[in-house]
Ligand binder design. Structure first.
Ligand code: ATP
Ligand code: MG
Length: 339
């Protein structure tokens, strides 16, 4: 009897998971041929929602997709999509799919309302050695932890600073009694070398999320701005940089909603030279300007405490108050600080 209930629950879960996104192949039933669908896929558009999220102009820029075809594709996908408006009640039902990933520290989880949220971008920023990369490593492992309504979630890690260390994952896996090989096998790693490369990798990520539906739960970019800082220098290139950055962030945002994954990004800080003159209370701020500020759903600042202790503060959140939490960096990853 009990087994039956479990089986039923699992089936319902599977059904729900299945329906999370609509495959772009469905367009075939609405007069779009396989070759054109392939072209869309190669541009990283693999779901019906992905078409909704892409402008006509951008679709038209895909090689081999004429203006007439764009119209046809848009029309077909509109037939398959809900019209866009939902009641708040329906939307709340939809957000039930949203899940949280533990940071490894209960205190930090509490600050975040349960952990790193799916369908959103979470940004942590702070000076060097504040634990941004350590937190990224810890999340690679905690995402895979069973018992929070999901099992063995895979992770994509995009490394722009060459600071990813698989051995750290082993040490963190030990803390949670997880098998090294399995843990490492579930993390897909890519080193990005330029800001363009960083953006291009997202096409691959989208394809991967589509290929293995509901398997990936977190996408990490450590750090989001490092390559943009190198590739664009001076005021003259700022507008160009911000435009490219906006494209990257918009892509991240879409991926998080399209595939119901968390997006976790780290960011650096700058001393604001104008701050001393304008009597700003906090002269250090995250880089990336308004573009990044608006793209991140939740922003957390990190600062150093004594020894291995770090302090996290909510800098901006749609639903959490501006509280603080302390945590510690340990060999087993991010954990609660000892009293
Ligand atoms: P950056 O801006 O330079 O990228 P960061 O915020 O990413 O810095 P991290 O690399 O996450 O900083 O954190 C570095 C801190 O983590 C150091 O204080 C270091 O002592 C600590 N740390 C690194 N490895 C371990 C470990 N195995 N055990 C305990 N602490 C560690
Ligand atoms: Mg780092």
């Amino acid at each position: 009897m009990a087994d039956q209930v479990v089986a039923d629950n699992e089936m319902t879960m599977d059904d729900e998971e299945e329906s999370f996104f609509q495959d772009i192949d469905l367009l075939q039933n609405h007069g779009i041929n396989v070759a054109d669908i392939k072209k869309l896929k190669s541009a990283g558009i693999c779901t019906i929602k992905g078409i909704q999220m892409t402008t006509r102009k951008k679709l038209g820029n895909i090689k081999g997709i004429s203006e007439a075809k764009v119209d046809k594709i848009k029309e077909a996908s509109q037939k398959l999509c809900d019209p866009g408006f939902l009641t708040a009640l329906e939307y709340s039902e939809k957000r039930r799919h949203c899940f949280r990933i533990s940071t490894g520290s209960d205190e930090l989880d509490k600050l975040l309302g349960g952990g790193i949220e799916s369908m959103a971008i979470t940004e942590v920023f702070g000076e060097f050695r504040t634990g941004k990369t350590q937190l990224s490593h810890t999340l690679c492992v905690t995402t895979q932890m069973p018992g929070r309504g999901y099992h063995g979630g895979k992770v994509v890690f995009i490394d722009t600073e060459n600071t990813f260390r698989p051995d750290r994952l082993r040490a963190i896996a030990d803390r949670f009694n997880l098998d090294h090989t399995a843990v490492l096998d579930n993390v897909l790693y890519a080193r990005a070398y330029t800001s363009e490369h960083q953006t291009e990798l997202l096409d691959f990520v989208a394809a991967k999320f589509h290929e293995e539906p509901n398997v990936f739960k977190l996408l990490i970019v450590d750090s989001i701005m490092a390559l943009f800082r190198v590739d664009f220098s001076g005021r003259g290139e700022l507008a160009d940089r911000q435009q490219k950055l906006a494209q990257l962030l918009s892509r991240l945002q879409k991926i998080s909603e399209e595939y119901n994954v968390g997006v976790f990004i780290t960011n650096q800080m700058t001393a604001d030279p104008g701050a001393a003159m304008s009597f700003q209370a906090d002269p250090k701020k995250p880089i990336g300007g308004h573009i990044l500020a608006h793209a991140s759903t939740t922003r957390i600042s990190l600062r150093k405490g004594r020894g291995e202790v770090r302090i996290a503060k909510i800098y901006d959140s749609p639903d959490m108050p501006e509280n603080e939490a302390t945590f510690a960096i340990t060999n087993g990853g991010i954990a609660d600080a000892k009293e």
